[in-house]
Design a protein around this ligand. Sequence first.
Ligand SMILES: NC(=O)c1ccc[n+]([C@@H]2O[C@H](COP(=O)([O-])OP(=O)(O)OC[C@H]3O[C@@H](n4cnc5c(N)ncnc54)[C@H](O)[C@@H]3O)[C@@H](O)[C@H]2O)c1
Ligand SMILES: O=C(O)C[C@H](O)C(=O)O
Ligand SMILES: [Mn+2]
Length: 611
Amino acid sequence: MNSELHHLPASSFLRHRSVSFLSYSQTTTIPEQDLRDSMTENIPQFHVALRGDAILVNPRFNKGTAFTIAERKAFGLTARLPSRVNTLDEQCKRAYIQLQMRETPITKNSFLQSLKEQNWVLYYSLVARHLSELVPIIYTPTEAEAISNYSHLFRRSEGMYLTFVNQDSMEEDFLEQTKGRSIDLIVCSDAEAILGIGDQGVGGIGISAAKSVIYTLIGGMDPSRTLSVTLDVGTDNKNLLNDDQYVGWPHKRVRGEEYDKFVDDFVQLVRKYFPNSLLHFEDFGVTNAQRLLQRYRTTHSVFNDDIQGTGAVTLACIMSAIGVTKSKLSAQRFIIFGVGSAGMGIAHQLRDAIVSIEGVSESAANELFYLIDKDGLITHSLASTTSVRDEILRFVRPDAEWKDAGRDEEGKVRLLEVVKRVRPTVLIGCSTCGGAFTEEVVKTMAAGCERPIILPLSNPSALVEVDPRDANEWTEGKALLATGSPFPPAKMPSGKDYAIAECNNALIYPGLGFGAILARSRRMTDTMIIAGARRLASLSPARSDPDNALLPDFSDAPRVNFEVGVAVAEQAIEEGSAGVEWRKEEVREQAAKKVWKPIYGEYVFDEQGER
Ligand SMILES: NC(=O)c1ccc[n+]([C@@H]2O[C@H](COP(=O)([O-])OP(=O)(O)OC[C@H]3O[C@@H](n4cnc5c(N)ncnc54)[C@H](O)[C@@H]3O)[C@@H](O)[C@H]2O)c1
Ligand SMILES: O=C(O)C[C@H](O)C(=O)O
Ligand SMILES: [Mn+2]
């Protein structure tokens, strides 16, 4: 296995220079035999109505040099292509060599973006063959850099851009792109809180598209049945507003009733035309994310990845960690540092699991949590003097508990003081504050418990609350670690490598979505999500050896997400949320049939066929 470090160029979003700007990727090649096997079985057949240039510029049907001689004749391509017919294997090898000629992650990202626009089978097949190496290029962390430079890198549009000023024609515009299509999955973002890099305006299409790609790559979703959307309601990012290259709507962000009406118009179109679809919300601002999820989740299959996906993967990670420490969830003391969408999604998911799995009362479970945000520990008095969201109120700490606590010059109780007094067993970062888990914080935590569970989850890499290799060293290898972005392994005192699990929602949301769509579930219920998280935890490498990573490696993500999808669909059937008539025992076979694979189909020209 090769491993390499890439230097990310420092760009405007890298605010925290106290931590390194490294992104990490490794090469694991899927055995080619697996791909070849899948090519010889069940080759799909398509009736296609496109000829000549029209089929070559259509990424769904284009095969480039892999068109057979017969297809070249039938589709008017004989003189449009060089004579040699290539296999998909040969095309992948060529594309991989071309990719290696690009030196930086961002130029590789652009190359792959362009390949995706040309030929889906080749793109997905190439990335699938080099999954661990290329996911960090097309997704976190490199996609953050692509999004922050969206207007400057812009070459070709993708997905659906719904702009506030065009609200009156939204239905017409929506149908223009979707009429006649069967769509299972819609990923949308309003781009107010992209990863940890904030408001990115129209560049939000980049996260919708990247999340859709992961659904296909890891969740087996047919890309022709997915739709990526950006809701361009303006931006409050001054750099974008002052940039004459900005390609989005150059206007301050629309808020309040007008915003709600715009989002509602969109959601109602989804419900009207694709009532069985899954609607995935990504990277909405903290004042809207939870609110919109609650508003729509009872009437449609709606999923917020930052809240529910992050909650689920973190629950799985912590279940795996307490398997190592031979403890239970309700015996932990949790500090959550940064209580925005992700932090509160995690708090709720952990709390609900403690209640449902370990039978603890909700109020007792709430008391296991200590929430810290910009103003320090959230106590009753802080909550009453600052505007704290309702969902936080159940977790605030009584003032009496903190009357003797050390405070900073502003009178706030900071992370170190909370660690000293609480002796947490679990410390989770979702703060976007790179380097916040200092050596003193980590060492103090390690002095208070045998195996501290430390999850610095902020993305991209430069915003991680602590570099896991530092946390490993400061705790002499005792910390159980996972991060949101990929990091290279740390060294145990024994000299052995300790693989840093990637606790990123991409390790679970493709399976959650796949399972919900497979079962044609009208809702994504909490119980379906918990079933997915438990299945993921059961697949943790740390179960067989405590020195292994807390979560499966990304190279194993397709298999793992298939299992998650099966668990979710089984749960949907068991609880009556499913829209299919199958028995639980049939789910696995049905799931296997539904998985989309990057292999070329056989084409027949047909005037009435697909286009
Ligand atoms: N690993 C994953 O799967 C995953 C999933 C979702 C989000 N994230 C990451 O988590 C981070 C937060 O994402 P989000 O969607 O919750 O954003 P958000 O804007 O909703 O929340 C960020 C929170 O951190 C708080 N914060 C900011 N500076 C702080 C400081 N100095 N000290 C304490 N709190 C501080 C903010 O006030 C806010 O409450 C991002 O970096 C994002 O990339 C990771
Ligand atoms: O996009 C990711 O890598 C995970 C998460 O959804 C985030 O916002 O950071
Ligand atoms: Mn996100």
